[in-house]
Ligand binder design. Structure first.
Ligand SMILES: Nc1ncnc2c1ncn2[C@@H]1O[C@H](COP(=O)(O)OP(=O)(O)OP(=O)(O)O)[C@@H](O)[C@H]1O
Ligand SMILES: [Mg+2]
Length: 263
């Protein structure tokens, strides 16, 4: 094993204790012939403490077919990031269910859920969440390494970083990158495992129009070429205009659900 690879493995092992990524491949065939990529049924997210009760999401129900590109819009505080976190199994529902590819993730144990996430979901966080002790290239490789990488992952990581315009920043650490560059690394990382469902929270929010266009093109080409299901939170009507469907949230409820193109 080359030294650089061994060094990466050591760093990854340290990171594994806290990682939300899986440590191994998920068992296949967990369900029979699921018809929808995402199914949300009577979903509530309520935060309660003795002093207050905040109803963040109120009784949402919708389904997303495989390959659809859904933009989620709505004012700041309307519940977009909360919804995306729940869809990806990164947060727990108060009630209702979320079914990904026929599997009810609201009833799964954390270890099984972590494996499912690794197999099915690529996620771009609003706040990037890069690992500070890993370089750009290592951050992109991380999900692949943790789910049992094959020899092609490093090449794919470099290709993805090239596609987001960062081939000259492979060995840079997050602190050495601008906000927009970190966001592009996070985007490349979401694509590394070829997950069938991609979720992205404002992936172009910190990019100038030329880099924003790059990222948009990457998202769209993967969505079309690989029939990836894409759920994209955005404030940008220009970005949402490319979507097959726009779900608009208002105060934790669906205000509008517009189908624009059939997936
Ligand atoms: N842990 C929490 N406790 C109490 N309220 C919370 C908590 N997390 C989120 N909220 C509230 O839930 C609402 C929805 O938050 P969320 O982050 O989902 O909004 P958003 O639509 O993504 O907004 P933005 O466009 O600003 O990113 C906000 O009013 C927020 O203050
Ligand atoms: Mg948000």
């Amino acid at each position: 094993m080359p030294d650089s690879h061994k060094c990466l493995r050591d760093k990854l092992q340290k990171w594994q204790q806290t990682a939300f990524f899986p440590h191994s491949q998920i068992d296949m065939h967990l369900s029979n012939a699921p018809s929808e990529a995402i199914e949300v049924r009577e979903l509530w997210k309520v935060i309660e403490n003795p002093a207050s009760r905040v109803e963040i999401l109120r009784n949402l129900s919708f389904t997303v077919p495989h390959g659809q590109f859904v933009a989620v819009m709505g004012a700041s505080g309307s519940g977009k990031s909360t919804l995306l976190g729940l869809l990806a199994g990164l947060d727990t529902v108060s009630s209702g269910s979320i079914i990904l590819d026929g599997i009810d993730i609201t009833r799964m144990r954390e270890d099984a859920l972590a494996r499912l996430r690794g197999q099915k979901i690529g996620f771009v966080f609003q706040s990037y969440q890069l690992v500070p002790t890993l370089t750009a290239e290592e951050n992109v490789l991380l999900p692949a390494e943790l789910s049992g990488a094959n020899g092609n992952s490093r090449r794919r990581a470099v290709e993805l970083l090239e596609r987001v315009g960062l081939s000259h920043r492979l060995r840079h650490y997050p602190v050495q990158l601008s906000g927009g560059e970190q966001q592009r690394v996070a985007l490349a990382r979401a694509f590394i495992t070829g997950a069938p469902i991609l979720m992205a929270d404002e992936p172009t929010g910190n990019l100038d129009s030329s880099n924003g266009q790059h990222v948009l093109e990457l998202l769209l080409s993967l969505n079309r070429e690989e029939r990836t299901t894409l759920v994209l939170v955005t404030h940008d009507p220009k970005l949402a205009a490319y979507a097959d469907r726009i779900i608009t949230l208002s105060d934790g409820q669906i205000l509008r659900d517009e189908i624009r193109n059939q997936a």
